[in-house]
Design a protein around this ligand. Structure first.
Ligand code: AMP
Length: 322
């Protein structure tokens, strides 16, 4: 697979690297890391990392706008299992398409698809790819810093079960080959304004918990405004609510008046949630998912479904299951 992807990169002089809408550090770091690794080896190629960025992630570098695609452009889609969530117009107009992803399979929409759903992150896959190809020769510290940040973010500092033996192995290789300043990098990833910490306090104070352990918090636009926060802020904090004794699954429901919907972030420390998120215009990983719904009735139905999943999970644990 490494060879086939590398051959396509060699072949095309114009390459567009896209990822999913609703940018996050793994998605953005993987596209910038791959773009810069390709450019270091092939400085004459035109390589564009595209999509709507977020000011929050500017420490990862800048994204590109690109001109009209011609028929000889390669599209590489990262971290995105389905076509509807690719943050790039006219996906079907590219002459050749490659997908590199670590989400559970949803649909095939590229000519070549490399899916490793046990991988911690798309950044882990890109590091693997670089190490297995000629890109390694010219890959530099800046590239590895970005990829390290994306991997650390998607594993929540190696805390999630997606951190495997291989994750640690590849990270130790990177640390051996490149002198990364870990504390400085962590500061980039985790430094946040006081208003977000205050919003997090509000979320903790106002979290409700269902009978079977779904912790949920509804955040209106008014509340967001009172903390001078935006729709992305609550989602960025969802990982900070892990390890609450009474809570197995936790959900942030944020009103997004601009898009006339509710944005949902869900995390779990046991029950499988992505199949439930899929019912509500969402998806993601087994223990980390997102969704979008239009009405509070749908929000309540989602919470009921999650509560039911928690109840079944508790029953299976009581029976000695895993
Ligand atoms: P988030 O809560 O936004 O950090 O997303 C957690 C995971 O769910 C990521 O893998 C996202 O790509 C995925 N995800 C988030 N929102 C959606 C959605 N509306 N549809 C499908 N997958 C989503």
């Amino acid at each position: 697979m490494y060879k086939r992807i590398y051959k396509a990169i060699q072949k095309y002089n114009t390459i567009v690297i896209a990822r999913h809408i609703g940018v996050d550090p793994d998605a953005m770091a993987s596209q910038i890391g791959l773009r810069d690794a390709i450019l270091a080896t092939f400085p004459h190629k035109k390589v564009y990392a595209v999509g709507t960025g977020g000011a929050k992630f500017s420490y990862l570098g800048s994204l590109d706008s690109y001109e009209e695609i011609d028929e000889k452009t390669l599209l590489i889609v990262l971290d995105t299992p389905d076509k509807r969530r690719v943050d790039c117009p006219n996906v079907d107009h590219f002459s050749y398409k490659i997908k590199i992803d670590h989400h559970p399979f949803v649909e095939k929409f590229c000519d070549l698809e490399w899916i490793q759903d046990k991988s911690s992150s798309t950044c882990e896959l890109i590091i693997d790819f670089i190490y297995h190809t000629h890109l390694k020769k010219k890959a530099n510290q800046a590239v590895m810093e970005k990829l390290f940040l994306g991997l650390v973010s998607d594993t929540n500092r190696f805390m999630f079960s997606n951190s495997s033996y291989h994750t640690f192995e590849i990270v130790s290789k990177v640390l051996k080959d490149y002198p990364l300043h870990i504390t400085e990098l962590y500061e980039k990833l985790y430094l946040r304004p006081l208003n977000e910490v205050r919003l997090q306090g509000y979320m903790g104070q106002n979290m409700k918990v269902t009978e079977n352990g779904v912790g949920y918090i509804k955040i209106s636009e008014e509340v967001l405004n009172s903390f001078q926060a935006d729709v992305a802020s609550s989602g960025n904090m969802i990982n900070n609510f892990n390890y609450i004794e009474e809570v197995l699954v936790w959900v942030a429901i944020t009103e997004d008046t601009k898009n006339e919907l509710f944005k949902i972030n869900i995390r779990s420390r046991g029950p499988i949630i992505n199949t439930i998120a899929e019912k509500y215009n969402g998806g993601g990983h087994q223990l980390a998912s997102g969704a979008k719904v239009m009405t509070m009735d749908e929000v309540d139905a989602l919470i009921d479904d999650l509560d039911h999943a928690c109840s079944k999970y508790i029953e299976s644990m009581d029976r000695g299951g895993k």
